[in-house]
Design a protein around this ligand. Structure first.
Ligand code: M6R
Length: 357
């Protein structure tokens, strides 16, 4: 039930801190350490390469998950769009493990791949919000998101839950391989939950940003580098699906290879700057688009902020920044859609579970 909320989407955005805390609890063992079923960890360790298969928002979560897995657990990961993978299967490694990320567990494009890989005798793990869903039943293993039912078509709390579960999977795998992380993930996820709470308390500011940049625009671009690029892809998907504004996410460095031609006077550009190693680069990109007349909205992280940034996210572990930086983007999309008179929870032409290929 949505209770006092006007829309499920807003309720689900607000539930993210609670979901984060629930995930920490669900993935803790009796000693208080993060833990995952040993069969799953064995299968991950056994694999020479992980193939993440997903669609839409879950695909965007996979892109960030690849970073966790490669940086922390040192296992190579490829992330594929399910619909492409089923007829464009790449040359597989010798011992692949397939990881299906799907909020609903019912996405037909992902299921088509699962059927193919099972026929080939490969192992599959499904990360889903719905116990007993098709992808969960047909895979060898399941990790649950524990996000509670997500009703709004636009996925919000499932995305951050997917990131948290992927981070835990990577960290537990790393531990099992004696690759010690330089931080305590439980503690850092706790900080993420607190930060999410702060961000969810900034709705007025987000509404102001939506009004300022998105009320009449025909298009909007999201730019970022490294994981900020992936979060930008997710921000763009959110905005386009519920507000019908043509929105695209681009890698900052890629702008000059074509997209910059689209910048006109007043074009809104939402730029993410949460990553120290690419801060200089993304700041340069903002200057390039501003010189062509763009109207920039810079969302940065405390410690990396510069004068003129529109919104600053409290500092948190850099690798986990997508769990927080996506929240302003979710809220900005929500208010943009609301003020443009769109049906926020049930956007046109879309279904919550896409059960056709
Ligand atoms: O249930 P799934 O995670 O497999 O769904 C995949 C996509 O259909 C889904 O993420 C879609 O892109 C959302 N509407 C995005 O908000």
């Amino acid at each position: 039930e949505k209770g006092t909320y006007p829309h499920y989407m807003l309720k689900e955005i607000d539930e993210q801190p609670l979901v984060m805390r629930r995930i920490i609890e669900k993935y803790r063992n009796e000693n208080g350490e993060l833990s995952i079923d040993s069969h799953i960890i064995e299968s991950v360790n056994d694999a020479d390469r992980i193939y993440i298969i997903a669609a839409g928002t879950s695909y965007h979560a996979g892109l960030v998950g690849k970073q966790f897995m490669e940086n922390w657990a040192k296992i190579p990961v490829e992330v594929h769009i399910a619909s492409e993978f089923s007829y464009n299967m790449p040359l597989l490694s010798e011992k692949p493990l397939f990881v299906f990320i799907s909020q609903s567990g019912e996405t037909a494009d992902s299921r088509a791949v699962l059927v193919q890989v099972k026929q080939k005798g490969y192992k599959a793990l499904t990360i889903t919000n719905v116990p007993g869903s098709t992808l969960s039943r047909e895979a060898d293993y399941t990790l649950l998101l524990h996000a509670g039912p997500e009703i709004a078509v636009a996925s919000t709390k499932a995305y951050t839950a997917q990131l948290a579960v992927l981070a835990i999977l990577a960290a537990v795998t790393a531990q099992g391989k004696d690759l010690s992380l330089q931080f305590d993930l439980t503690k850092e996820l706790g900080i993420v939950a607190n930060t999410m709470e702060v961000l969810c308390g900034q709705k007025e500011e987000m509404e102001k940003i939506a009004r300022e940049y998105l009320i009449t625009t025909r298009n909007c671009f999201f730019i970022g580098r490294s994981v900020d690029y992936y979060v930008g892809l997710e921000g763009a998907l959110k905005l386009k699906e519920i507000s019908y504004i043509q929105a695209e996410g681009f890698a900052g460095g890629e702008l000059k290879h074509g997209t910059i031609a689209l910048i006109e006077d007043g074009t809104p550009i939402i730029a993410l700057a949460t990553q120290e190693h690419v801060n200089l680069g993304i700041r340069g990109n903002v200057k390039e688009v501003v010189a062509r007349g763009a109207n920039p909205c810079i969302i940065s992280m405390k410690g990396l902020e510069e004068e003129g940034d529109r919104f600053i996210i409290p500092a948190l572990h850099e690798a986990l920044s997508p769990l927080a930086s996506v929240i302003p983007l979710q809220l900005i999309s929500y208010y943009a859609a609301l003020h443009r008179g769109c049906d926020v929870d049930k956007p046109r032409n879309l279904a919550k579970s896409v059960t056709v290929e």
